[in-house]
Design a protein around this ligand. Structure first.
Ligand code: ATP
Ligand code: MG
Length: 394
């Protein structure tokens, strides 16, 4: 056992396909390339010495071109294929060396997989499909049905419970596949190109759905994709694979801001930065006033000394309650108003720091600095129109 807060730990994982993996492994360790090993031995290096740690509750994306080793990597995580060398721990348990029986139990209760082509049984109803994992686990019929209906509710398909899958569209069938995985309550979801067979529009809908579900469910998700937009949209962090190796690991912002090499640069060249970068990443130090401690006149002097046009006013908890501008303050003084609470504008643009830049364009129009707040509603920073535009350029 290994103790760690990490949900999945992969250490020096190597997977070689073919009839002489030991020989190929030795060559690989001696420094031979994938191509050379293939040529000499006919063995294929699927995953080449990958080490990764995936945190509990993380939506971790593995991205890369066809043949880069993505599927091989996830199949090793649930032992659908055995690793040639290296260690994989789930909740600290070494799964490369567990018994088959224990691994089956882990697949029933801990690590579940959502397939690309739905994998639904055509002769079973939607509810029976969703309940299937529970049946395998020996849950009794009434309870299974109950759980299946609850989970179908979660993915918005409750009214389809008693239909057969063929009556549903591709997107709906994929939701059933997702519901089947969710119904098991397994904390780890492996999704190998789960949305790739869907039409672009439905696919985007499913991506939004997954993000929404994840906010409620906090699963540990390993999501495989060869689509960079999808990867950047979904990922908390992503690993980019090439020829079996992980060539870069980071948050979407880190990858888009600092691509490690030309392979990754080629991937991201057409990516719309504003759909990736979160407003929290570009927000400036807010430099605000406290509501209780400022008079209009003092605020004006301070703002003029700092050469600032606008500033946020915070309550005792650090939450923004108003916005003052130099013009507004001057106007207040003109009518003899020295209370900042009366002079400030209570209607101001406010966004959560995790909001993507493209979503705040409409708020930039007014010229007011946008208040960026953290999860508790406290002011974390401000952004102005010029900050937003400066960060859209590649
Ligand atoms: N069963 C197998 N036998 C032999 N070689 C295999 C097998 N499965 C995969 N490979 C090889 O291992 C390498 C990695 O394949 P893998 O399927 O993991 O890639 P992938 O990134 O998932 O690709 P794709 O995007 O096409 O699904 C490839 O070179 C592939 O040809
Ligand atoms: Mg694959």
């Amino acid at each position: 056992m290994k103790s760690s807060k990490q949900k999945i730990i992969i250490e020096n994982l190597i997977k070689i396909y073919g009839n002489n993996p030991r020989k190929a492994l030795k060559m690989f360790r001696d420094g031979a390339t994938k191509d050379y090993i293939l040529e000499r031995t006919g063995n294929v290096v699927g995953v080449a010495d990958v080490s990764l740690e995936i945190g509990e509750g993380e939506l971790f994306v593995v991205m890369g071109l066809s043949g880069s080793g993505k599927s091989t990597l996830v199949r090793c995580i649930n032992s659908l294929i055995p690793a040639t060398s290296g260690n994989i721990y789930i909740d600290g348990e070494d799964i490369v060396h567990v018994s088959d029986e224990r691994m089956r139990e882990l697949r029933r209760t801990q690590v579940t997989m959502v397939f690309q082509r739905f994998g639904l049984f055509p002769h079973k109803t939607v509810a029976e499909n969703v309940a299937y994992g529970l049946k395998v686990r020996g849950v009794e019929k009434k309870q299974r049905r109950q759980k299946a209906l609850e989970t179908l509710e979660v993915v918005g398909l409750a009214q389809w419970a008693d239909y057969h899958p063929s009556k549903l569209s591709g997107g709906m069938q994929q939701r059933v596949g997702l519901a089947r995985a969710l119904a098991t309550d397994a904390p780890i979801l492996l999704m190998d190109e789960a949305f790739s067979a869907l039409d672009p529009l439905i696919r985007r809908e499913m991506q939004d759905e997954l993000i929404r579900l994840q906010q409620e469910l906090h699963k540990t998700i390993v999501f495989i994709s060869h689509d960079i937009q999808e990867a950047l949209k979904l990922a908390d962090r992503l690993a980019v694979m090439k020829d079996g190796y992980v060539v870069q690991l980071g948050t979407p912002e880190e990858i888009i801001n600092n691509p490690a090499d030309d392979y990754i640069r080629a991937f991201i060249q057409d990516v719309n930065r504003a759909s990736v970068i979160k407003v929290g990443a570009i927000a400036r130090n807010p430099n605000s006033f406290m509501l209780e401690s400022k008079l209009v006149k003092a605020a004006m002097i301070e703002m003029s000394a700092e050469d600032r046009e606008q500033k946020y006013v915070l309550d005792g908890d650090g939450k923004p309650v108003g916005l003052v501008t130099a013009a507004r303050l001057a106007k207040a003084l003109e009518v003899g108003e020295n209370d900042i609470a009366k002079a400030m504008a209570r209607d101001f643009p406010k966004v959560d720091k995790t909001t993507k830049l493209e979503e705040i364009f409409p708020l930039c129009q007014g010229g007011e600095a946008i208040a960026v707040v953290d999860g508790k509603g406290k002011l974390a920073g401000v952004v102005e129109q010029s900050d937003v535009f400066a960060n859209m350029v590649n």
